[in-house]
Design a protein around this ligand. Sequence first.
Ligand SMILES: [Zn+2]
Length: 224
Amino acid sequence: MITVTYQYKLKPTKQQIQTFEQWLETCKKVWNFALRERKDWVNSRKSPINSCSLKAEYIIPADAPRPNYFSQAKQLTTAKKIYPELTIPHVHVLQQTLRQLEAGGIFVEDINFKAWAKGLFGKYTLDAAYGQFFNVLSYVCWKRGVYFAKVDKDYSSQICPNCQTHTGKKDLSERVHFCSNCGYTTNRDVAAAQVLCQRGLVAVGQPVNQIAFGGVLSGVLNNA
Ligand SMILES: [Zn+2]
């Protein structure tokens, strides 16, 4: 397969720059609103079964469907009647914004596969081609417009994703993450994945306070 890429340089006029900026501003608002709605829904499903935050808890009816591209695009049509600024960018521009949000992003641990193969796990891990898998994954993400990034893996299994406390080294046989500081308990791999996701979000410049409030993944307010 041959991939040919052309690059074009735009030379917009002042008027065009103003238009672009206005469109981008509207796209940003639509993105942030739709993202907030998705996060609230997810958070409402993640409160621990045996406790409730003292400050706030996300309460969304149990039968409320998860917001997706189709429901949000439909809402956009309704919102246009109330907010005329939404009618300024072309309808496809705002729909594309929602589509990109639907695609989300993927963060993976930045693993040194060669060093890994030399150590405990043996050479056969190279045969299993995990490194190759990441290459393929990053290519697929690029093709599908999904953001892909490798993030620092250090201590990802030792940090509490809920309060960022260092909970110490775990044996591989220890399958549960339990934080003695905040009480957050979950599967060890889930906790590590949450830490990696938080690092990825920080790396791409998502508002850091989302993490400081512990709301992104756990739905439990953070007391750190
Ligand atoms: Zn904790």
